[in-house]
Design a protein around this ligand. Structure first.
Ligand SMILES: *Cc1c(COP(=O)(O)O)cnc(C)c1O
Length: 271
């Protein structure tokens, strides 16, 4: 397992890679504020707020839906890092990619939801060089927007197979979207698995919670319920089904996101 969750206490995991070239682009464009988008439990919102705080940039989070009476842990943390939150209706959120935000934020640099752009992919191309990963035959990671997976595919070696575990239900569109993020002439073999969302985005069954606690007790590795737990669960299922040929060496990418577990009631997880 490649532990991106250990990278940084606040900007943990893949979000750090997705943000680095976006923040750099904002600075070179002379912008002083990052404007980005997400839901109330978005790791991207939390990570962007922390990264902007460290980089000396202002930040605005455009949040999907009305503000709940009690803000989520994610949003409170983002506010603590100085992010200004602007709540918009789900209807308006659907139009966000065509709305002229530049008029409201002339000093703002826009990063799409989830850091899903070419600069995000480029940052994720550096993930596999964090450790000696060439001996691995398979690389697995959880998939939301597919930005991280695209970076892995772009930087994997020809003998490696890249496997994405999709955590959203009904996300067949990813099969068409991911190729748009790939460099030309990429010959790496890659697949998406759509059967391990375990009820859908951010849904956790009691079996998944038990699995996370058992995995922690056996390995001391904490997983997050939205992404990494579903990937490790999928890995276990595929291994049991003898999906991987004998002699395979499989690298699981721990993409971080542990702050999401703080939305669970205390005591549910043993870590
Ligand atoms: C955001 C996130 C992902 C999804 O990454 P994409 O690049 O959007 O596919 C995976 N794991 C964790 C922990 C995340 O926070």
């Amino acid at each position: 397992m490649l532990r991106l969750d250990l990278l940084h206490p606040e900007v943990s995991g893949n979000k750090w890679f997705k943000l680095q070239y976006n923040l750099e682009a904002a600075r070179s464009a002379g912008k002083t504020r990052i404007v980005t988008f997400g839901g109330a439990f978005s790791n991207h919102i939390a990570a962007t707020a922390a990264a902007c705080h460290m980089a000396g940039l202002q930040s605005t989070g455009i949040i999907r839906g009305e503000a709940a009476p009690q803000l989520s842990h994610t949003l409170l943390q983002a506010q603590q890092y100085g992010m200004e939150l602007q709540f918009i209706s789900r209807e308006a959120y659907r139009q966000k990619d065509t709305y002229p935000w530049g008029q409201q934020f002339p000093e703002g640099y826009l990063i799409p939801e989830g850091g899903h752009n070419a600069a995000g992919v480029r940052g994720c191309e550096e993930i596999l060089s964090q450790a000696p990963t060439h001996p691995y035959t398979h690389i697995m990671c959880p998939v939301g927007t597919g930005t991280t997976l695209a970076g892995l595919i772009n930087s994997a070696l020809p003998h490696q197979q890249v496997i994405g575990i999709v955590v959203l239900k009904g996300a067949a569109y990813l099969q068409q979207e991911i190729p748009q993020l790939l460099r030309p002439h990429i010959s790496v073999n890659w697949q998406l698995y759509h059967d391990f969302h375990i009820g859908g985005y951010a849904k956790a069954t009691p079996a998944l919670i038990t699995f996370m606690n058992d995995f922690y007790n056996q390995t001391r590795v904490p997983l997050d319920m939205i992404y990494t737990a579903k990937m490790v669960w999928a890995f276990r299922e595929l291994a049991v089904q003898q999906h991987f040929p004998a002699g395979s060496r499989i690298l699981l990418l721990h993409t971080g996101g542990l702050q999401g577990n703080l939305s669970l009631p205390p005591g549910v997880l043993c870590f």
